[in-house]
Design a binder for this molecule. Structure first.
Ligand SMILES: O=C1O[C@H](COP(=O)(O)O)[C@@H](O)[C@H](O)[C@H]1O
Length: 238
């Protein structure tokens, strides 16, 4: 199922995202006593940090937060996604125990394998079934660190893949693979700004030739729900 939500203001995008997260978290905790969340970097960091701050109802001890992708760089580098969440949210809420970080001392291949092992300690199944994955999309159609034309789009065994040639800096990254994204219970794209309008249109109207599809169009949860949360700018060409 695909649900499209378009809002006039960025504040409304943020509030809707906040309510979606809380609804899914409450359901997951009621069902399993744990909420598994995957977060992205880029523009989502601000939205998410704002929504998850100063909320006494969040049971952080029951949250396990993984990175949908992460840049292999020191946490002190402004490019580090964890570093951004740390500064904007984690230090303020004192919730670092809930966040599963990469080991930046490893090579990119070892880092990806190590992160997959960390994930396997939480999920016993063949493929992890995240309660919610929060994804962004670049104007080129990339999501996580899955860039157009990269062979990693065909990955069918790894949960986490190394990327050593990302066209968007920094070049070394790790990323969830498509089978992981498509096994989630809920996936939400948070997409704002007119500079993404052409690609949003392409994602919603692109044909069936697999190799030509932008990576974001390949995210189609097998059994879960796909939410597109957009502002009017991003949705302006739909
Ligand atoms: O490089 C990345 O880009 C995407 C999209 O970022 P945005 O700023 O255009 O929303 C992001 O989702 C991903 O996590 C990040 O590593």
């Amino acid at each position: 199922m695909v649900i499209k939500n378009v809002f006039e203001s960025l504040d409304d995008v943020g509030s809707f995202l906040g309510s979606l997260i809380h609804r899914v978290a409450n359901d997951a905790i009621a069902r399993n006593n744990i909420f598994t969340l995957g977060v992205s970097g880029g523009s989502i960091v601000n939205f998410l940090s704002k929504q998850l701050q100063n909320n006494p109802n969040i049971e952080w001890s029951k949250w396990k937060v993984f990175f949908c992708d992460e840049r292999l760089t020191d946490f002190g580098n402004p490019e580090s996604t964890y570093g951004q969440y740390k500064a904007q949210l984690i230090e303020k809420e004192n919730c670092s125990d809930s966040w599963i970080t990469i080991d930046t001392s490893l090579s990119v291949e070892a880092c990806a394998a190590d992160y997959e092992n960390k994930m396997r300690k939480v999920f016993a199944s063949n493929w992890p079934e995240f309660d919610l994955l929060l994804l962004g999309m670049g104007p080129d159609g990339h999501t996580c660190s899955l860039f157009p034309g990269n062979q990693v789009l065909e990955e069918s065994a790894l949960w986490i893949a190394p990327i050593s040639n990302s066209p968007k800096p920094p070049p070394q990254r790790i990323t969830m693979t498509l089978p992981v994204l498509n096994n989630a219970r809920n996936v939400a794209f948070i997409c704002t700004g007119e500079n993404k309008a052409d690609m949003v249109k392409e994602v919603f109207t692109s044909g069936k030739v697999l190799k030509n599809l932008p990576p974001a169009a390949l995210v189609k949860p097998n059994l879960g729900t796909l939410h597109w949360i957009m502002d009017a700018g991003a949705a302006s060409k739909l």
